[in-house]
Design a protein around this ligand. Structure first.
Ligand code: XMP
Length: 321
């Protein structure tokens, strides 16, 4: 029988077989998948695992501090944080095509991991790279038989051709609900295991248009308000996730006080789902939507309109890019 405990045992054995007495780097994103992958590999090879958290500047408010605090407290893992904000912004300058953004972000992640590997050389040879790739990531990136490329998930279709690492992907056959059970089995806290999904490319694929420092600040502010209100309303466990999207190349006319505004729209994309392969838009209570809308338009200067995405998947995807 396929119990969670047997999945853990089987994967730990496979990881030990693959890595032997080698060393591995694991990219942590703050999300469930990479946290569970790291915890599994830690169980298999102990402190020959070093986790690397890349601050690519496409994170939401508070995310970096949360990883540094919660994940390390829960696992005692070795963690290196790398500030790569400038590097990612430079690489994304002038880019608007979604697939191009995804490939650039995937490539830059690897370049940062390579840098980490060089920095860690004194400790030993870090030849393996652990990723929290799930089954749906593989399918939607066009990685399996009979699949098509819907979008290149940063850790699958976004990998550069000259990858030097050997990949370790213990979750590659699992769905999110199974990953959460594995996380609980490994003793990770609920605050990590029940986090809503957040994509590796982060806010970079939630700015429709070029990614710039100022646009990131705008989106981060709007996103923090939406998350705060959803949490205050006790809705976190009812929704799968709620991307907040900035339509950076769209402007509309508004009025504030007695003045005209000409600002950008923010899209709220609350979805309900079992595994992210399909999804429905979540019927959020109107009073919650009203509070989010009022606060965003009052508190975020560049935004003068908030709209709700009422598209299921299919035909929409969850993220806009
Ligand atoms: P879509 O937009 O394809 O998203 O309906 C399905 C789920 O996957 C997440 N997502 C990603 N996660 N790297 C990730 O780690 C990615 O490149 C990526 N793209 C989408 C998305 O947030 C949703 O939960």
């Amino acid at each position: 029988e396929w119990t969670t405990a047997s999945i853990v045992d089987e994967q730990v054995t496979k990881i030990r077989d693959q890595i032997g007495d080698g060393r591995a780097i694991c990219g942590l994103s703050g999300g469930v998948d990479s946290a569970v992958a790291a915890a599994l590999v830690q169980r298999a090879i102990g402190d020959r695992l070093t986790c690397v958290f890349v601050d690519h500047g496409l994170l939401r408010a508070g995310e970096r501090a949360q990883v540094e605090r919660d994940f390390v407290a829960a696992t005692g893992v070795n963690l290196v944080t790398i500030d790569a904000r400038e590097r990612f912004l430079d690489a994304l300058a002038g880019v608007t095509d979604p697939e191009e953004k995804r490939k650039i972000i995937g490539r830059e992640f690897i370049r940062v991991f390579e840098q980490a590997e060089r920095d860690l050389k004194a400790q030993g040879d870090y030849r393996f790279l652990v990723q929290g790739t799930l089954y749906p990531d593989v399918v939607e990136s066009g990685g399996g038989a009979g699949t098509s490329n819907i979008k290149s998930h940063h850790n699958v279709g976004g990998l550069p051709d000259d990858l030097q690492f050997e990949l370790v992907e213990p979750l590659r056959l699992l769905f999110k609900d199974e990953v959460r059970r594995v996380g609980l089995e490994l003793g990770l806290p609920e605050t990590i295991v029940h986090r809503q999904p957040f994509p590796g490319p982060g806010l970079g694929i939630r700015i429709i248009g070029e990614v710039t420092h100022d646009r990131l600040e705008t989106l981060r502010a709007a996103d923090a308000i939406a998350r705060e209100e959803l949490t205050a309303a006790g809705l976190d466990r009812d929704i799968w996730q709620c991307p907040v999207v900035l339509l950076a190349d769209v402007r509309s006319v508004g009025v504030q006080g007695d003045g005209r505004t000409y600002g950008h729209p923010i899209v709220l994309r609350p979805v309900s789902s079992e595994d992210a392969m399909t999804a429905d838009w979540t019927r959020l209570p109107f009073d919650v939507l009203e509070r989010i809308s009022t606060r965003i338009t009052n508190e975020v200067a560049e935004v003068n309109r908030v709209v709700l995405d009422v598209t299921s998947k299919p035909p929409g995807t969850i993220e806009w890019e």
